[in-house]
Design a protein around this ligand. Structure first.
Ligand code: CIR
Length: 256
C-alpha cells in the first residue's frame, strides 16, 4: 500500500495549553515547529503531497490531526473525540476531507466517542482500542458506518494508563506490528508478526510506515537498531515537545 497524501496542521501558540496525562514541562513552540518541519519534509521526501492546514488557536491540541478522522480507501470517517476540548476539531477537518474524498461519513451519536489514535488499520481489518477517549458506542457506530465499504472492525485492549491504543503500537508493513510488550502480551496481534520495542523504550512504539520510510521518534537506539536489522528504512524525528503532550508520529498526520 502506498500513500499519495498526508494532511498536517501547524502547531498553534496555544499548544502550551495542550492536554497531558502528567505535566513534565511546557512544550517549546519553536522547537516543536522545527520538529514538525522535519516531519513534513520526511513525508514529502517519499513523493507524497502534504497539505499543511493553518494553526487553530482555539484548539491547543489541533496539531494532532490524526484524532479527527479515519481515512480509508473508500472514504473518510469524521471522528467524535472524547476529550471535550477537542470535539470541535473534527468539524474543522471535515471540509478538507470533503474536498479530497467523494465519500465522507461522520460519527454523530451523542453518546459515541472515538479518536483516531485508538484505531490501527491493517490490510485486513480495523483494530480499535477502547480507552478514556473511545467508548463502546463510538466503536459500534464506526463498525456500522464502514460495513458498507466491506471493512471489519475488531475491538481490542488498550493498556491501562495509556492514552490511545496506538500510543503502544504501529503497523510496519502488511504483516508486521511494532508494539510494546504490555500490549502485545494481551494476544491481540496473534495473526501478525510482532516486533516488540526494547524494554524502557515504550515511548517509541508510536511510529509510522509511510511509503518506503518508517518514521520514529529520535532517542530510542535499541529499538532503532532492531528495526534497521529487520530491514526497515528508518528516519528519526525529534519528538521531545509533542511527547510532553502524549503525542507521537502517527498523531501528527492523516495519511491516505
Ligand atoms: C491529547 O491528549 O489529546 C493530546 N495532548 C495528544 C493526542 C495524541 N494523539 C494521538 O496519539 N493520536
Amino acid at each position: 500500500h502506498s500513500f499519495t497524501h498526508a494532511i498536517t496542521r501547524k502547531p498553534s501558540v496555544s499548544i502550551t495549553a495542550g492536554l497531558r496525562a502528567v505535566d513534565i514541562g511546557t512544550p517549546d513552540l519553536a522547537l516543536m515547529q522545527a520538529h514538525h518541519a522535519d516531519y513534513i519534509a520526511a513525508l514529502r521526501s517519499t513523493g507524497a503531497e502534504v497539505i499543511e492546514l493553518a494553526a487553530l488557536e482555539a484548539y491547543p491540541d489541533s496539531v494532532f490531526v490524526e484524532d479527527t478522522a479515519l481515512c480509508l480507501p473508500e472514504g473518510a470517517v469524521i471522528m467524535r473525540p472524547g476529550a471535550p476540548s477537542r470535539l470541535g476539531e473534527a468539524a474543522e477537518m471535515a471540509p478538507h476531507l470533503r474536498a479530497l474524498y467523494g465519500n465522507v461519513v461522520q460519527i454523530v451519536g451523542a453518546d459515541s466517542f472515538i479518536e483516531g489514535g485508538d484505531i490501527l488499520m491493517t490490510e485486513t481489518e480495523i483494530l480499535v482500542g477502547r480507552s478514556a477517549r473511545t467508548n463502546a458506542a463510538g466503536i459500534a457506530e464506526l463498525t456500522h458506518r464502514v460495513a458498507p465499504w466491506g471493512e471489519t472492525v475488531r475491538e481490542v485492549f488498550t493498556p491501562p494508563g495509556v492514552l490511545h491504543f496506538k500510543t503502544d503500537c504501529s503497523l510496519l508493513d502488511a504483516e508486521t506490528i511494532l508494539s510494546t510488550t504490555r500490549l502485545s502480551a494481551s494476544g491481540c496481534f496473534k495473526a501478525y508478526r510482532v516486533i516488540n520495542v526494547a524494554e524502557g523504550e515504550e515511548a517509541c512504539a508510536n511510529a509510522i510506515r509511510f511509503n518506503d520510510l518508517v518514521l520514529m521518534p529520535a532517542g530510542f537506539p535499541r529499538t532503532r537498531d532492531s528495526l534497521l536489522t529487520a530491514g526497515y528504512h528508518i528516519h528519526e524525528i525529534g519528538n521531545s515537545e509533542c511527547a510532553k503532550l502524549d503525542g507521537g508520529m502517527s498523531c501528527l498526520s492523516l495519511r491516505f
